[in-house]
Design a protein around this ligand. Structure first.
Ligand SMILES: [Zn+2]
Length: 92
């Protein structure tokens, strides 16, 4: 997924602030799967709102959206390559 610095730059572009602590919290290697869990988005957004304000909570959600886009773009690319290879393999 996008590197930490890419997320930080996105926040800077949107808000003028890095929100480094938000992005570091989400991408903590030991807990990153549970912290990217969309079923916890309301609970985590509330925590960020209370701790850093509403804009930080929005940056948390947008981090997830950026990761989602990146993941699905990668998966779709792989799928298209496999499909093209299958079609070529069978002369279709
Ligand atoms: Zn992430």
């Amino acid at each position: 997924m996008p590197e930490l610095n890419v997320h930080i730059q996105s926040s800077l572009n949107r808000t003028g602030k890095e929100y480094r602590e938000v992005h570091q919290w989400i991408d903590n290697p030991e807990t990153k799967y549970e912290r990217h869990d969309f079923s916890k988005v309301l609970e985590n957004a509330k925590m960020f709102t209370e701790q850093y304000g509403e804009e930080a909570a929005k940056e948390y959600v947008l981090h997830l959206v950026e990761d989602l886009r990146c993941r699905f773009t990668k998966v779709l690319g792989e799928h298209q390559n496999l499909t093209a290879d299958c079609l070529k393999y069978f002369g279709a």
